[in-house]
Design a protein around this ligand. Structure first.
Ligand code: AMP
Length: 358
């Protein structure tokens, strides 16, 4: 792809914080941002050059948007695949159809990982209370998840072998479910890979993640070698690269994994977009995940993914806003607010990147 000239327009599908940070990265590289997002709070639009507020199914709006931009990225993996396919007829798009399709369904993700030889927890499709009862007996309990649209621990239920299958099945209000074996993991880790239009790959140092109540609380990066050994780092990075290649991904792909008690890395899920656990790369890497995505969309060469020091990224939820006042007087702490209109409990409002050591 020929590099885009200064002031070219990057179209961003989705109007949340990932779109906002992508738009900031676009500006730093001399590009303008045009956001496409449905009506509602869309903090990315505050700092973009233009915004289209329409549904992802509005073909007329998608067409006008495509004509107004030079290249398109996606900050949200649940955009209808048909919308992205339509846009791809007009402009280069990231991450591409195969990656979106895979990431939108938990069974697809795990089947894909298995097909590539990447170990996963045991899992089985659940479509009714009977199949759930059988699966619970086989796995001795597990985590029941909706296959589509779950995020931040929503749409999932921890069950034990004796749980009532009919009640559990009814409570998730879907017949497209997956039961996964419960993994007693020693750590949660994520890997991030960038893949350019010509197939070049680059990976960042992995992130060690702490969740609270199903929501990412904080990330330490690069993940300490005592936990993510060089061998595990290699295995995880290669798995991320293999997934990106197999899905013909353009852009960035995050892969979440568990370290099981026997030391094995087990695949959990993918996200074909910038990922919360790599927000530390804004100050903590030579090229941030957002800047890299813009480089790819613009046809520029990939930047170095080398880490600069050690970092802790902490999410600030609606109930944590007071923490931002303390951060204002801390040296080595970088504040990133998202400009959301309303602070709600459990809603991601900002994050802090703290330098731990150089
Ligand atoms: P997910 O939406 O799949 O990322 O799940 C949210 C969080 O639930 C994960 O980050 C884990 O902390 C936990 N979790 C999900 N799946 C499993 C599993 N199979 N075994 C143990 N914990 C899990």
């Amino acid at each position: 792809m020929k590099p885009l000239a200064e002031n070219a327009v990057i179209g961003i599908i989705g109007g949340g914080q990932l779109g906002r940070m992508s738009a900031l990265a676009a500006a730093a590289l001399g590009y303008r941002a045009h956001i496409f997002a449905p009506k509602g709070d869309a903090p990315a639009t505050d700092i973009a050059n233009a915004a289209t507020r329409a549904d992802y199914t509005d073909t007329e709006a998608l067409k006008t948007f495509a004509q107004a931009v030079d290249s398109i990225i996606c900050e949200f993996e649940n955009v209808p695949v048909e919308a992205m396919d339509f846009l791809a007829q007009h402009r280069p798009v990231c991450p591409g159809s195969a990656a979106l399709q895979c990431a939108q369904h938990r069974l697809n993700e795990k089947d894909k990982a298995r097909a590539l030889g990447i170990p996963t927890p045991r899992y089985v499709a659940v479509n009714d209370a009977t199949s759930l009862a059988e699966a619970l007996a086989e796995f001795g309990g597990g985590i029941l998840k909706t296959c589509r649209l779950g995020y931040d621990g929503k749409g999932q239920l921890r069950l034990d072998a004796g749980s009532d299958a009919a009640t559990a099945f009814a409570s998730l209000q879907s017949d497209d479910l997956i039961l996964e074996e419960f993994i007693n993991f020693t750590a949660e880790v994520s890997f991030l890979v960038a893949r350019a239009h010509d197939g070049t790959l680059a990976t960042w140092a992995p992130s060690l993640n702490q969740h609270r109540g199903g929501i990412l609380h904080s990330t330490e990066a690069p993940a300490p070698e005592a936990i993510i050994t060089p061998k595990l780092k290699k295995i995880g990075s290669e798995a991320a690269g293999a997934l990106a290649e197999n899905l013909d991904l353009r852009g960035v792909l995050a892969v979440e994994m568990f370290v099981a008690s026997d030391g094995q890395l087990l695949f959990n899920e993918i996200a074909p977009r910038p990922h919360n656990s790599f927000h530390w790369t804004i100050e903590g890497a030579e090229t941030s995940q957002f800047s890299q995505l813009i480089r790819i969309a613009a046809g520029l060469p990939l930047g170095s993914t080398e880490a600069i020091g050690h970092w802790r990224m902490t999410n600030i939820l609606g109930e944590d806003l007071a923490r931002l006042n303390e951060a204002l007087s801390e040296t080595g702490t970088y504040i990133h607010r998202y400009g959301k209109a309303e602070a709600r409990t459990g809603r991601k409002m900002a994050h802090l990147n703290q330098r731990l050591k150089n």
